[in-house]
Design a protein around this ligand. Structure first.
Ligand SMILES: C[S@@+](CC[C@H](N)C(=O)[O-])C[C@H]1O[C@@H](n2cnc3c(N)ncnc32)[C@H](O)[C@@H]1O
Length: 185
């Protein structure tokens, strides 16, 4: 009996250790691989293009069961005036905008914008544009609110993206840039 217990424990420990070793190995490989890419922007863009049509199915139930949905409601409800949403993805914030909102939403992936365009919201005015958030075509001081949810970690140069968000936001108005790690939810 004790022998079996010890055997099972050793086996479980072995599986856990091997699993963690493999995960680490994959992480290191990914980092090394990414560093050697000649065109990182093109690689990242392609990742987003590929994920577009499965993005909502992947995250719908996860967001419902975590606190993300209520977090989106709260944050998006704070937006006012002329709003810019950066890295809008499949427009998962759409239904949380206050009635009458005037939103310009940008992303660099044409596929995610295609999915976003299929969603409708009759109570707000929203237009989608293909833009690189690190180099946007808007004039300085155009928007009252700039909203970014879960985008920062995906931008190749997040500092450049933030400085662009600041540039297009009117002085004294609000940038709402959010990035929440899962462990904080
Ligand atoms: C994880 S998704 C977040 C989508 C959405 N903000 C949300 O809350 O569900 C990140 C998005 O950022 C976009 N993105 C990444 N780099 C970008 C860039 N340089 N310019 C514009 N969009 C970018 C991706 O195409 C993707 O749609």
């Amino acid at each position: 009996m004790i022998g079996r217990f010890v055997g099972a424990s050793v086996a479980l420990f072995g599986i856990a250790a091997y699993g963690s070793y493999k995960i680490n190995e994959a992480k290191q490989y990914k980092e090394l691989y990414f560093d050697t890419l000649p065109d990182k922007r093109q690689y990242l863009l392609q990742q987003h293009q590929n994920a577009a049509y499965v993005y909502d199915q992947t995250f719908d139930s996860y967001e419902q069961t975590s606190k993300i949905t209520s977090y989106r409601k709260t944050i998006v409800g704070l937006c006012s005036g002329k709003i810019l949403e950066t890295g809008v993805g499949t427009s998962r914030n759409l239904k949380y905008y206050p009635q009458g909102s005037d939103v310009t939403a940008v992303d660099w992936s044409s596929n995610v914008l295609e999915v976003a365009l299929l969603k409708s919201a009759s109570n707000i005015n929203i237009s989608y544009r293909l833009e690189d958030v690190e180099n946007m075509s808007f004039k300085d001081n155009t928007f009252d609110t700039v909203l970014d949810t879960f985008g920062l970690e995906y931008y190749l140069n997040p500092e450049k993206a933030i400085s662009e968000m600041k540039r297009v936001c009117k002085p004294g108005r609000q940038d709402i840039i959010t990035h929440i790690w899962q462990k904080h939810l």
